[in-house]
Write a protein that binds this ligand. Structure first.
Ligand code: SAM
Length: 299
């Protein structure tokens, strides 16, 4: 049992008492879902699932674990997202390393991956080739590669730090044989015509809106991952024609978009020559993705 420097025996603090003591400070700091986040961080520190923490809440907490959790809680109180402090996040059945080098993968993007997986034309050949533009953690490319063992992916990002994180994720998932990584500005310099699908969750937030985002996003996630220029569509405008040139005939471009960008992005794709352009909405009725096809005719 630990003792202090006067030799008195000290009883370790109970886990539930630790939580009760720290919670008000987190709430006062404006941490959303403070109790849940605190439980996640303490459970991770103890190496047990959160539910096990709840069932064993009367047990003691070592001084070292208490101090380390306090350091994590200080980051949480400063607005850092939970996923960056934990250092990983679940995405489409994978666990991805997550830190401030790249955007935290979102559930909307898992939904985009599901749409792409459910698009039969992409998967009709023996070795489908896909490109993920602006890969960040690598989430889209890695989820597609994990779900379709016959696929080969190229994942691109202009941000070398994000690409280094994508590489760590790819290697820890054992996908280095089928997922190539490349630094680059969108699809510049890639050969024309060989790709079965281009998929992207590009930066699509208008520059002026970036400054008004929730502080967890605004102050901690990479600006390059968010800022889509004056109207949010600058990257999509450049990407659309480049992607069309890379696609085989009768193959799609899939884009994640902002909740009110469907009409504008569909117009950009039609102007770039795409056919069968479709805006997809999520369960809440918000625009979430746009799909457009390179026509069957060459050119
Ligand atoms: C919204 S984040 C998406 C990250 C990841 N695909 C996801 O869904 O979580 C956009 C990504 O595009 C990258 N990016 C921004 N401009 C780019 C460009 N011109 N060329 C390539 N990647 C770019 C950013 O670095 C960032 O990783």
């Amino acid at each position: 049992m630990p003792s202090d420097n006067r030799g008195a025996v000290r009883v370790p603090i109970r886990r539930d008492a630790f939580i009760r003591d720290r919670l008000p400070r987190l709430e006062a700091a404006g941490v959303p879902e403070a109790l849940l986040n605190l439980q996640y961080l303490l459970a991770r520190r103890l190496g047990i699932p959160r539910l096990e923490l709840l069932s064993r809440h009367g047990e003691g907490l070592s001084e070292a674990d208490g101090a380390a959790t306090d350091a994590d809680l200080a980051r949480l109180a400063a607005g850092e997202p939970l996923q960056y402090i934990l250092g990983d996040t679940p995405f489409h059945g994978l666990i991805l390393k997550t830190d401030r080098r790249a955007l935290i993968p979102r559930p909307e993007t898992e939904w985009l991956v599901d749409q792409v997986l459910a698009c039969p034309a992409i998967w009709s050949g023996p070795e489908p080739r896909l490109i993920d533009v602006g890969t960040g953690t690598g989430c889209i490319a890695l989820a597609l590669a994990a779900a379709r063992p016959e696929a080969r992916l190229l994942a691109l990002d202009v941000d070398v730090d994000a690409l280094a994180l994508a590489r760590e994720n790819r290697d820890q998932l054992g996908l280095s044989g089928r997922v190539d990584l490349r630094t680059g500005d969108l699809l510049a310099g890639l050969p024309a015509g060989g790709v079965d699908a281009v998929v992207s969750n590009p930066p699509y937030i208008a520059t002026a809106v970036c400054g008004t985002l929730d502080r967890h996003v605004r102050d901690h996630e990479p600006r390059l991952a968010l800022d889509g220029g004056a109207d949010g569509l600058a990257v999509i405008r450049r990407l659309a024609p480049q992607a069309r040139a890379c696609l085989k005939p009768d193959r799609p471009l899939w884009l994640e978009i902002g909740f009110d960008q469907g009409v504008a992005v569909a117009a950009i794709l039609r102007d770039a020559g795409y056919e069968r352009v479709e805006v997809l909405r999520d369960a809440a009725g918000h625009d979430r993705a746009v799909c457009g096809w390179r026509g069957a005719a060459p050119g």
